[in-house]
Design a protein around this ligand. Structure first.
Ligand SMILES: C[S@@+](CC[C@H](N)C(=O)[O-])C[C@H]1O[C@@H](n2cnc3c(N)ncnc32)[C@H](O)[C@@H]1O
Ligand SMILES: C[C@H](CCN)[C@@H](N)C(=O)O
Ligand code: SF4
Length: 350
């Protein structure tokens, strides 16, 4: 398929995608099986062509506020699973308010409010709704919420207070693998919460993990599963094993790299937001992810922040390279730039 294509053919392939061509399962098998750097560069070339057609060199910037690392769940891949004996924090309302004040005018397109499934909020969900209100009042920016499988009533209330985006990642659409990852959780419950949010006017983000025991066929199942639900943002994250978790020693030689899947996501979801997360390899990693077709930088932390990431490649490092100024500087060195806020509001359908 793509291996033997010369530049003109790669351009034509990109144009076909822009014209609406849909990749078949066999096409996905072929792309997921690409091996050499040269072949992969051809895939990234086509993905950039499609990304540039819709977004040019303009990138969106998402601020990540992990405001509570308490959780009642025990996902086998996650550092914050309730069985892991770690230091946890829960920001106070005042701390969140002060953080918002420091974020004014920083240049973010959206604020991502993330928490574990913290009983403090799950037992009193209006506390979470109040948080959304505080951030909306302080910053007025679009808000992404990543609270886990919140009940429908709370999702509705958060929407009324100004939440725009609901992020809930299925991890995999392979039910057997899901059971091993999201231990004791309902596949349908997770799926239905995201679908309900979409029906209530949220933009939604779905996502999968790779390097977590997924193979080509399960990855195709996941790509198809996400496609069927019309997400506004789709991600893939490399699974980073976490100390103190059941998968801390998990290793596999996966050929299903994050960069390869980012590029395939771009071809399957040409107009979608596709993240380049700093959570995995910081700003150096961002460059590769943008060059593979991503167009929103996520897990950008408030300046001088000691807040957690999620996969948190830099946990324990003194120096963290996740502030917006450093991101923008690197973007400029790549000939890219932050998009106007109006472009983002268009994506949100505002
Ligand atoms: C956004 S965070 C927390 C939000 C909320 N508690 C939830 O589970 O949806 C959860 C996501 O981070 C990602 N994640 C968690 N641990 C990870 C790890 N060790 N490596 C890569 N991604 C990870 C997973 O995709 C997971 O869905
Ligand atoms: C996984 C997190 C996002 C949650 N909505 C964040 N660390 C990221 O990588 O974007
Ligand atoms: S992924 Fe979310 S729900 Fe699962 S343990 Fe981590 S914080 Fe809790």
């Amino acid at each position: 398929m793509i291996q033997k294509m010369a530049t003109e053919e790669l351009d034509r392939f990109g144009e076909k995608i822009i014209e609406g061509f849909q990749l078949s399962d066999d096409d996905l098998r072929a792309l997921l099986s690409l091996e050499s750097e040269e072949e992969l560069e051809k895939l990234y070339y086509v993905a950039r062509k499609v990304r540039n057609y819709y977004f040019g060199n303009r990138v969106f910037l998402n601020c990540f506020i992990y405001f509570s690392t308490y959780c009642k769940n025990q996902c086998s891949f996650c550092y914050y699973n309730c069985k892991n004996e770690i230091n946890r924090y829960r920001l106070t309302r005042e701390e969140i308010k002060d953080m918002c004040k420091a974020l004014k005018g920083a240049g973010f397109h959206m604020i991502d409010l993330t928490m574990g499934e913290d009983p403090y909020y799950y037992d009193e969900p209006d506390r979470f709704v109040e948080l959304v209100q505080i951030v909306k009042d302080e910053l007025g920016l679009p808000i992404m919420i990543s609270p886990g499988v919140m009940d429908n009533t709370t999702l509705l209330k958060a929407r009324e207070k100004g939440a725009n985006f609901f992020a809930l990642y299925q991890e995999t659409y392979d039910h057997e693998l899901f059971k091993k990852l999201r231990v004791g959780q309902s596949f349908e419950g997770r799926f239905n919460a995201r679908r309900f949010a979409k029906e209530q006017g949220y933009c939604v983000e779905d996502g999968i993990l790779t390097g977590v025991g997924n193979d080509v066929e399960s990855t195709i199942k996941s790509l198809r599963g996400m496609k069927a639900n019309g997400p506004d943002m789709v991600r893939v994250m490399t699974f980073l094993p976490q100390e103190g978790t059941p998968l801390e020693d998990f290793k596999e030689n996966s050929n299903l790299s994050e960069l390869k899947i980012i590029a395939i996501l771009r071809l399957m979801f040409p107009k979608c937001l596709v993240p380049a997360s700093l959570d995995l390899e910081g700003i150096d990693g961002m460059v590769y992810r943008l060059n593979a077709g991503a167009n929103i930088v996520t897990s950008i932390l408030p300046p001088d922040s000691r807040l957690e990431g999620v996969a948190n490649y830099d946990r324990g490092l003194e120096e963290r390279d996740r502030d917006i100024k450093s991101v923008i500087k690197r973007l400029e060195s790549m000939g890219m730039e932050p998009a106007p806020q109006a472009d983002f509001e268009k994506v949100l359908g505002l």
